[in-house]
Design a protein around this ligand. Structure first.
Ligand code: BGC
Length: 382
């Protein structure tokens, strides 16, 4: 796993904020789509693809997203579809309801329907080996979207945000917010991460713990529940309700006597929302520092209301644009632009990757980063 100097990294994160990104972006990404593709649309897509192939040199691209339950995947799916269509491709877009078997069968159908390239955000990184072997046999390239697909040699490229940096950013935010280098402490910390089948969890959790562990070792940070292993802090499917019920148990077992909870490391916004819900119902002390990731609307509202401290913003427009560039390069028989050829080994070798830059959002800059940039409207946050 990548380790770099934190100060340089975090200065970089802040400096790039709106300037760097990793691609262009459409202006309407904030809208939450409820699109699904049914069988009839799929047939239409295949027919359209033949027409598009001859007219615009496009082709049929399969886009497989994990679920519509979380805001971000709706945005990712609709951004990808819109951008690919604007570039002349026909798109078969499917959401898999967080069910592995559904995702496998949707991908099988994409292959049967003649998709010439697959873009896949996996539910479980380890469960697509067999279906992707079929893709490889038929010469269909695969781009892993946001989450790395593990143990498959069918993966051509990977595009994501710098996941290790996301975790480090959350960890460093906590260090700065509690002034851990100067304050005496000890401060009480609890940890909530995501689905253990999502390879990103290793990077989010690993990056954050690389920053926080020295303070735990020193005794400045204490975890009253003692829950610190990847398994203990996991949240199946990243579900808000699951995070909430685990956190309710933690609050009743370790904080009911008035013990102050100072800080919660939550890896993303769906789990941070579970923590915030549990706190609202069961905790009367001073609100803890609470991290997140994605800038989901409910969480940005919580940031504005002082119920969540920060979120790591990963502009889904930026990732979609970068992946569309990859698709175009591969479909034209060329090589895609990458900026990391070391970090993401999926068990069959390092997958050439493009890592976009994540950015911290908090109450002081959400207006500029989320509203002025056109990601959300004021009305979205009412
Ligand atoms: C993504 C996060 C998201 C989480 C839950 C991760 O793989 O990188 O942005 O919050 O999945 O869907």
């Amino acid at each position: 796993m990548k380790r770099r100097f934190l100060s340089v990294l975090l200065a970089g994160v802040l400096a790039v904020s709106m300037l760097a990104g990793c691609g262009g972006g459409s202006d309407d990404a904030a809208e939450t789509t409820t699109e699904t593709t049914d069988a009839a649309e799929t047939e239409d897509a295949a027919e359209d693809a033949d027409a598009a192939d001859t007219e615009a040199g496009g082709g049929l691209v399969g886009v497989s997203m994990p679920t519509q339950d979380l805001q971000r995947w709706n945005q990712d799916g609709s951004n990808m579809k819109a951008e690919l269509e604007a570039a002349g491709y026909t798109v078969e877009l499917q959401y898999a309801s967080n069910d592995i078997a559904t995702q496998v069968s949707q991908i099988e159908t994409m292959i049967t329907n003649g998709c010439e390239l697959l873009v896949i955000a996996s539910i479980d990184g380890d469960s697509l080996g067999t279906v992707l072997a079929q893709a490889k046999e038929q010469g269909i390239p695969v781009i892993a979207y946001d989450r790395l697909i593990m143990n498959s040699d069918a993966v051509t490229y990977y595009a994501t945000f710098d996941n290790y940096l996301v975790g480090q950013t959350q960890g460093q935010y906590i260090v700065d917010a509690l002034d851990l280098d100067n304050a005496e402490g000890p401060f009480n910390l609890e940890i909530v991460t995501g689905d253990p089948g999502d390879n990103n969890v290793n990077y989010f959790f690993g990056g954050a713990m690389d920053v926080l562990q020295p303070y735990i070792d020193e005794g400045k940070l204490v975890v009253p529940s003692g829950q610190m292993t990847k398994e203990e802090v996991a949240t199946a499917n990243w579900a808000t309700e699951t995070a909430q019920s685990r956190f309710e148990n933690i609050l009743s077992s370790y904080y009911a006597d008035g013990t102050q909870l100072d800080v919660v490391l939550a890896s993303n916004d769906s789990t941070a929302l579970g923590v915030a819900n549990a706190l609202a119902a069961n905790y009367t002390g001073e609100y803890p520092i609470l991290t997140g990731q994605d800038c989901d609307i409910a969480n940005v509202k919580n940031i504005v209301d002082g119920k969540q401290s920060m979120s790591v913003f990963k502009d889904t427009r930026t990732l979609a644009s970068q992946v569309v560039k990859m698709v175009e390069a591969v479909m034209q028989g060329g090589e895609a632009e990458v900026n990391d050829t070391e970090t993401y080994d999926n068990g069959t070798g390092v997958i050439p990757s493009y890592l976009c830059e994540p950015v911290i959002v908090d109450a002081s800059n959400y207006q500029e980063l989320l509203i002025d940039s056109g990601y959300y409207t004021e009305a979205d946050l009412q």
